[in-house]
Design a protein around this ligand. Structure first.
Ligand SMILES: Nc1ncnc2c1ncn2[C@@H]1O[C@H](COP(=O)(O)OP(=O)(O)O)[C@@H](O)[C@H]1O
Ligand SMILES: CC(=O)OP(=O)(O)O
Ligand SMILES: [Mg+2]
Length: 403
């Protein structure tokens, strides 16, 4: 029997998302999510493929290791256990790969050591990713397991975009530079955009706006990333659900010296109590739009700050690319929030950027153009699929498809 299945594991700081894919037709055999790991109200939601009934488990799940064991049990209950001979590999999302990992990589001890060495530059993400990998390795030590890095797509950024303008020796000694994240999504979406335009990826320049809970923009020239909004960590750039994005770095010294806060407290402030949640108390764009419709001023302010920052990055990446063929919205907010797309491009007609109101608000799935016929730049919505991209890269690396 040929092994044609890939399990994808995306371990976040307090969640594990997973999908089991059949790589012959890219069908989902199972999709699931474990949330609020480490709290008393943890929840596992498992959706079997092919129309099976959704199953939920609630109650405390102490850590990522227990979460993955529960996932393995759910899969086994559907006859899709990790011991299945049809499983070809497990693909793991790893957020920080530093400068070294430019490609998906089969995981062995030295690779684990390097991911561990990068924890100081990804304290929220890499420890969770590592636990996911170690637990999966303990369950199936014989199976190839592959790390797919969020940073990999951005390693093509020129030095001018990747360097911070700080003392070179100090920066290099501490590996301080701009790495960028969400790369799997930016790579997938820019390629799908080229398909939508009916052109080769090498021919098109695209601005990708990945607007999820975390959010980032990238400038992609001919299929290669030339700039992106996240930096040393996923804190830089756009306004996000709970993260501030760009601030004057002096805000940190000020809060320490004048506000009496510790470095750890400021870290928590900027990562978890800022962005939309910090501005208005909500980080869900649906809720913010509902409040705006009721005349809520704080929600309006949060929306305006979010849009202002987004518009600045669109303008910046227009300048970086020189010629733009498409501006593309993706991820939870980008795919679903028509008012965000409309507001982000309002007033940019001079740059050839326009949104057709009817196309923008039409209910539709899949990649679609939302700019008017004949517009100079195509504006599009292209749903991201990080799991499919991770599975595809994993399967290719272990020789799948060639058997
Ligand atoms: N129908 C919708 N309208 C507006 N915003 C939405 C809608 N659906 C989801 N979102 C937004 O998408 C966010 C989640 O995006 P997602 O890409 O799934 O994030 P992540 O992968 O970072 O968890 C939610 O917090 C919410 O703000
Ligand atoms: C890197 C990052 O910000 O990831 P996420 O959007 O999953 O938090
Ligand atoms: Mg996401």
């Amino acid at each position: 029997m040929t092994a044609t299945r890939v399990l994808v594991i995306n371990s976040g700081s307090s969640s594990v998302k997973y999908q089991l894919l059949d790589m012959r037709d890219h069908s989902r055999l199972a999709v699931g999510l474990v949330e609020r790991i480490g709290e008393r109200s943890s929840r596992l939601r498992h959706t079997p493929g092919r129309g099976g009934e959704v199953r939920e488990r609630t109650g405390p799940i102490a850590d990522h290791a227990s979460a993955l064991k529960s996932v393995a049990e759910e899969l086994a209950a559907d006859g899709l256990g990790l011991d299945s001979p049809e499983l070809a590999a497990i693909g793991h999302r790893v957020v920080h790969g530093g400068k070294r990992f430019t490609e998906p990589t089969v995981i062995d001890e030295p690779v684990l050591k390097e991911i561990e060495r990068l924890i100081p530059v990804a304290p929220l993400h890499n420890p969770a990713n590592l636990t996911g990998i170690r637990t999966a390795l303990a369950l199936r030590p014989d199976l190839p397991q592959v790390a797919v890095f969020d940073t990999a797509f951005h390693t093509t950024m020129p030095e001018a975009a990747a360097r911070y303008a700080i003392d070179v020796e100090t920066a290099d000694a501490h590996r301080v530079r701009r790495y960028g994240f969400h790369g799997t999504s930016h790579a997938y979406v820019s390629r799908e955009t080229a398909k939508l335009l009916g052109r080769a990826p090498q021919e098109v320049n695209v601005i990708v706006l990945h607007l999820g809970n975390g959010a980032s923009a990238s400038a992609v020239r001919g299929g290669r990333c030339v700039d992106t909004s996240m930096g040393l960590t996923p804190l830089e750039g756009l306004v996000m659900g709970t993260r501030s994005g760009d601030v004057d770095p002096a805000v940190v010294f000020h809060l320490k010296r004048v506000g009496g806060m510790s470095a750890d407290e400021i870290d928590v402030l900027l990562n978890t109590r800022s962005g939309l949640v910090g501005l208005c108390g909500d980080n869900d764009m649906r809720e913010i739009r509902r409040r705006i419709d009721e005349g809520d001023e704080r929600a309006q302010l949060a929306f305006d700050v979010y849009i202002h920052r987004l518009k600045k990055y669109i303008g910046a990446y227009y300048a970086v690319l020189g010629r733009v063929d498409a501006v593309v919205f993706t991820a939870g907010v980008g795919e679903n929030a028509a008012p965000v797309r409309e507001a982000a491009l309002a007033g940019l007609e001079g740059l050839g950027l326009e949104v057709d109101p009817a196309l923008n608000t039409a209910r539709a799935d899949g990649p679609r153009v939302i700019s008017p016929e004949g517009a100079r730049v195509v504006v599009a919505v292209v749903p991201t699929d990080e799991e499919l991209e991770i599975a595809t890269q994993t399967y290719a690396l272990v020789g799948g498809g060639s058997a």
